[in-house]
Design a protein around this ligand. Structure first.
Ligand code: HEC
Length: 154
């Protein structure tokens, strides 16, 4: 009896382990897509902080800029994990990533590098003039990657 139950448990455990790994694999594309879109939303939020300062609609505020960068870095920390070939299509979430990300992986990485450099430059600024001078390169780096590697929404 005890042996039989143990056997039954082992089978059940085996079944649920298969179910578990299957659901993990199933969820991974969606999870990666969701995470990278959240990262991109943090990029967008940071733009929302900076653009009014660039336009002179709001006073320059480096603390607010740096806070938006910190939020961006937190949201994007796992970036490298989100671009597996299995994430070209979501299970339930729509991705706007273009196939070129996978057919031109070096180009995608280079576009990321252009952004990173522009980001490091603007992050290091502590006065309004340097901030304003560094901003166009940052905006261009977003655009450069989106033009090649992102489908427009809608
Ligand atoms: C290396 C390439 C790359 C760079 C650099 C980049 N993006 Fe993106 N961005 C993407 C891709 C790819 C997507 C689509 C992701 C998806 O749908 O899976 C995206 C999506 C977005 C979205 C839509 C997110 C959503 O709600 O689904 C916003 C907003 C965005 N990016 C803003 C920015 C801003 C602002 C910058 C610059 C500060 C930037 N991105 C830099 C590749 C990039």
């Amino acid at each position: 009896m005890l042996v039989k139950n143990t056997w039954k448990l082992a089978v059940l455990a085996g079944v649920s382990a298969v179910g578990f790994s299957a659901s993990l694999a199933f969820a991974s594309a969606d999870d990666s897509i969701k995470a990278r879109q959240e990262c991109m939303k943090a990029h967008g939020a940071s733009m929302g902080v900076m653009v009014p300062m660039i336009k002179g609609e709001k006073p320059y505020d480096n603390a607010a800029i740096q806070a938006s960068f910190a939020a961006e870095e937190a949201a994007c920390a796992d970036w490298a994990k989100w671009w597996g070939a299995d994430t070209q299509k979501g299970e339930t979430i729509e991705t706007f990533a273009k196939p070129e990300i996978w057919t031109d992986a070096a180009g995608f990485e280079a576009a990321g590098g252009v952004w990173y450099k522009a980001y490091q430059t603007i992050k290091a600024t502590t006065d309004e003039a340097s901030f304003k001078a560094a901003f166009p390169a940052l905006g261009e780096s977003c655009k450069g990657c989106h033009e090649k590697f992102r489908r427009p929404k809608g």
